[in-house]
Write a protein that binds this ligand. Structure first.
Ligand code: SF4
Length: 252
């Protein structure tokens, strides 16, 4: 028998066999931890909603990195802190030390809500992107969906929150919020479709709730919103959403 990868009964271990004998236990999948390229260490994500961190969180993350000799701490494109290089035997302790600040779900779910500084700090800001991001993060954080979802919020049309290329993009203007759906970067990039403009914050919450309900009901497993929109088309979504939320003037 030559080298082969097989799956154990639990489905969570990969084994290398040589002449029928297991030599090495590799790649145990652990919920919330992402196996790294070296095949033995993991990345653990730290929650930092809208990219905001406190001095206390930074001190705790620094202490954990030192305690467990974690080689790399990275800020991700989703504005989260990533502890990279955690050994398997330290994972439980790292999760325990991080407590509720650890991201524990890596499956198809709302991964993050990123935001620019918006009107609170930026001279160009027209809307409070941080407040909207924090409220959406609290509502949808890690909720399961057919595929992973990323949300990007910008306080003005300059779009520093990458709103055009997120599954749900929200951009501020002087007259309210614009909501986009179906954006993606990656190998098949796509700008999100503009669903509505000039919304109040309450209308944004309502539209997103109904949009996500619709996505949950109609998307195929692992179908990202970009491919979902190509399949059902903007016209299809628009006519269904018009029935659901007739009071929101959808963009023509
Ligand atoms: S999107 Fe607008 S408000 Fe946000 S950081 Fe960029 S310029 Fe400022």
């Amino acid at each position: 028998m030559t080298l082969a990868n097989v799956t154990s009964n639990s489905g969570t271990h990969g084994w290398v066999f040589v002449i029928g004998m297991p030599l090495l236990c590799m790649a145990e999948q652990v919920e919330g931890a992402i196996l790294q390229r070296d095949g033995s260490t993991y990345a653990v994500m730290v929650r930092s909603p809208a990219g905001l961190v406190t001095p206390e969180l930074l001190e705790r993350v620094a202490a954990i990195a030192r305690k467990y000799r974690i080689s790399t701490v990275k800020i991700t494109s989703g504005q989260r802190l990533d502890l990279i290089g955690v050994r398997r035997e330290d994972l439980d302790a790292v999760f325990a030390d991080l407590g509720p600040d650890a991201v524990r779900r890596t499956g198809p779910c709302v991964r993050y809500v990123r935001s620019c500084p918006g009107i609170r700090h930026c001279k160009n800001g027209t809307q409070d992107s941080l407040a909207l991001a924090l409220s959406l993060e609290a509502k949808y954080r890690e909720l399961p969906f057919p595929a992973k979802l990323k949300i990007g919020i910008s306080g003005c049309p300059r779009c520093c929150g990458d709103s055009r290329t997120r599954d749900i993009g929200i951009m501020g203007s002087k007259s309210g919020w614009t909501v986009l759906f179906g954006g993606n970067s990656g190998t098949r990039p796509r700008f999100g479709d503009v669903l509505a403009t000039d919304l109040t914050t309450e209308e944004v919450h309502d539209l997103i709730a109904r949009l996500l309900e619709y996505f949950r009901a109609h998307a195929k497993p692992k179908e990202r919103t970009s491919r979902f929109m190509e399949r059902i088309t903007l016209e299809g979504l628009r006519s269904d959403l018009l029935i659901l939320i007739p009071y929101i003037p959808l963009e023509k």
